[in-house]
Design a binder for this molecule. Structure first.
Ligand SMILES: Cc1cc2nc3c(=O)[nH]c(=O)nc-3n(C[C@H](O)[C@H](O)[C@H](O)COP(=O)(O)OP(=O)(O)OC[C@H]3O[C@@H](n4cnc5c(N)ncnc54)[C@H](O)[C@@H]3O)c2cc1C
Length: 274
């Protein structure tokens, strides 16, 4: 196990976030030790806005045996979803194609029930192993309250492993489905971001509303509303969490949108999930 004090900016796709004590755990024994004090569990940091002041809790990252996977067996929650998806495609196994382009770890994708209109994580699961209350427990998807980009895990639960429910359909069919999901991403920016910043209002698109208000290209400090896609806020290089938060507030002054990202630590005037 490694315990290091690191800037979270290097561990999030937005590239912002101050210092935290990062515990990289290799096995269950490490995990038990790391989880013995208040903690947050970090996946690939692709849905997070982290305070410039960092966070007080330990940040647990899954390493070692939690990153191993075997598609006919189990998949560690720390494995990168794009890697697992590519291996599934090479083996002609179907079930994850709709998640093509989601830069998550498997655990983070399960927690957020990540997905697109081509499919979501919950449908690809046979069971999920979760560490909580000092031990590992196995759950069927129906027990985890999955809904749109949401799950109901036990409080403080850390996903450690999953069993995927993939069907052998042949490489060509899998590749064709991946190409569809890929094509739908063509308008997304390549700069650092955390994906869509706001939830889509029922029956509408946050990106379309932002575009309609003429907010694309709006820049504060080093943060900008992407010109390619209104629902992406991008880091132009060296943005702070405060720059990004200020831009979020500017958009919210004009539109009643709800943030999709999770906020870690104090951002703005002490605002955040705490
Ligand atoms: C370019 C880009 C495109 C994106 N496109 C999409 C998309 O099409 N669809 C979509 O749904 N999302 C998309 N996202 C958002 C993001 O990838 C998803 O929300 C993803 O599920 C986050 O996973 P993560 O591993 O990065 O988790 P993190 O961002 O690190 O964490 C997110 C939440 O999951 C929790 N978590 C992480 N790992 C675990 C674990 N092992 N056990 C328990 N909880 C855990 C964290 O504590 C936190 O609450 C995109 C992001 C980017 C940057």
């Amino acid at each position: 196990m490694k315990v290091e004090t690191l800037p979270l900016a290097g561990l999030t796709t937005l590239g912002v976030g101050g210092m935290a004590e990062v515990w990289t755990v290799e096995n269950l024994q490490d995990l038990k030790q790391a989880a013995s004090r208040p903690y947050r569990i970090l996946g690939n940091g692709s849905n997070l806005l982290v305070s410039d002041a960092g966070v007080e809790e330990r940040v647990i990252r899954l390493g070692g045996e939690f990153c191993l996977f075997d598609l006919t067996g189990t998949v560690g929650a720390g494995a990168l979803l794009p890697t697992v998806l590519q291996k599934a495609a090479q083996a002609g196994l179907s079930g994850l194609e709709g998640l093509y382009g989601v830069p998550a770890q498997v655990g983070g994708a399960v927690k957020m029930n990540a997905g697109t209109r081509f499919g979501e994580m919950a449908s690809a699961l046979e069971w999920v192993e979760i560490f909580h209350a000092g031990a590992l427990h196995q759950y069927r998807p129906a027990e985890l309250g999955f809904s749109y980009r949401h799950s109901e895990l036990p409080v403080g639960g850390i996903i450690t492993r999953v069993k995927l429910n993939l069907k052998e359909v042949g490489k060509e069919q899998v590749r064709a489905k991946m190409a569809l999901a890929d094509a739908a991403r063509k308008g997304q920016p390549k700069r650092k971001s955390a994906g869509c910043a706001f939830k889509n209002p029922v029956g509408d698109s946050a990106g379309r509303l932002i575009d309609q208000r003429g907010l694309k290209g709006l820049t504060l400090g080093k943060a900008m509303v992407s010109r390619e896609h209104g629902n992406f806020i991008v880091n132009l290089g060296g943005a702070s969490a405060e720059d990004i938060w200020a831009l979020v507030q500017k958009i919210k002054e004009q539109l009643p949108l709800e943030l999709e990202w999770e906020v870690w630590g104090k951002v703005g005037q002490g605002v955040g999930t705490g």
